[in-house]
Design a protein around this ligand. Sequence first.
Ligand code: HEC
Ligand code: HEC
Length: 442
Amino acid sequence: MIRKISTVSMLALLVLACTHDPLFDPLDYQLESRLQELSPDGTLSHFILPDSDDFNSIPQGVGNRLTAEKVALGKMLFYETGLAQDAIYDAGKGTYSCSTCHVPSAGFMPGRIQGIADGGVGFGLNGESRGMMNGYNESDLDVQGARALSLLNVAYVTNTTWSGQFGARYANEGTEYAWTDIREVNHMGLDGLEAQNIEGTIIHRMRVSPGLLDTLGYIPMFDTAFPEFPESERYNRVTVSLALSAYLRTLLANEAPFQLWLKGDREAMDDQQKAGAALFFGKAGCYRCHKGASLNSVEFHALGVLDLYQTGGFNTSPEDIRNYGRGGFTGKTEDMRKFKVPGIYNMADSPFYFHGGSKHSLHDVVEYFNKGIPENPDVPGSQISSFFHPLNLSEQEVQGLTEFLKKGLHDPNLQRYVPTSVLSGNCFPNNDPLSRAHLGCD
Ligand code: HEC
Ligand code: HEC
């Protein structure tokens, strides 16, 4: 095993390999041994995302065994604009879906600084042209005080949202005192995804009733997905959440070049990306927070980035509880201004980074980490993570790291997760007249 070989013999091996094998790239060697060193079991498989139909390897939620039938149903409901019947004005009815704010071609982010569901109009190419619908006031909009998180690789997110407030286990053990309001759902004992998505259809003004599901044509799919549920409990927000969550667990960026490289295709990344990856897992220290296969973690850190009210979101303010991150949920001083470490695959698809969307290129994100100076005066210095400090990377290193994020961690084929149509036959992700025109639905 390579880890056990001494540095001297490794160097000798390197020289030998370089002279004898024209395909041998020392960068592969360096990255491979570094990853083996970081991996708990000493193998690269720790960093490999499973195939989307390999249900035994995908992390499953308690009480939500993954099945192809649930995934197929969730894959429809996520895009189904027909559910949008609880819009506050008639003009909004039937016009939005989960995918309005989690656009597949935008890396399952909104494609703009803030997602707008009910009360929004327009799409553009990627969600970037969405604005406010005539007749809605700012306070009527379904918008949140933080940028929507990407949904890629969320199977690895045990406690969801930037504050980690959903999910009964893992990071939330001991936070039962804070399970009030929308978080009461945690008392059901579910994990983050399954718990959050029960509330999600309410918050996002979607109607879930046996009558509507029947009208839209979904009853047979529920019957196949949930045969063990008595009929009286089969068509409701819980089963909708289980199906949505099952689908979300299959959204894996397993075709990204870094993933292909891990699985043995040493040419999937070019030298600049490999050098960037070596920095990510080495000198630049990114791996200390971005861990495991999805490069996320359910740990909370303050990087002192701007909040959404400072960068121009609708309907948010200095008082918005979301500005406080984990602290807004737990109420603890030590948690204030700390945010969950997000996954970072396919970030190139939607250029609005951090919870307040304050950075618009991955180069700027890397520069922010390289400079190590907090930009938000509202965040007390005592809260800032001790891992956030100047990195002294050269411009060339910054470029390499940026390339790794931009291309190495970019799955080019997310379209495989999108259905060709939904049962209502409606346009999606959005179904308002302007979006229909943008999406070519008319
Ligand atoms: C109006 C825009 C909007 C709509 C519509 C929307 N979301 Fe989100 N979503 C967000 C925002 C914003 C966040 C981050 C919220 C926070 O951290 O407080 C988020 C977070 C999430 C997360 C947590 C991810 C993580 O890593 O913690 C999941 C899961 C999710 N949404 C699923 C859904 C599902 C399923 C639907 C449809 C029922 C949906 N969303 C509809 C904006 C939206
Ligand atoms: C101290 C832990 C920590 C370290 C070290 C760290 N990150 Fe992060 N990273 C986070 C957190 C927390 C966020 C979200 C912060 C926020 O929005 O408030 C984040 C956000 C990001 C984002 C934006 C994700 C999004 O959804 O907007 C990218 C890209 C990123 N980090 C890349 C890196 C790179 C590259 C490095 C190494 C130079 C790095 N991170 C080092 C914790 C860390």
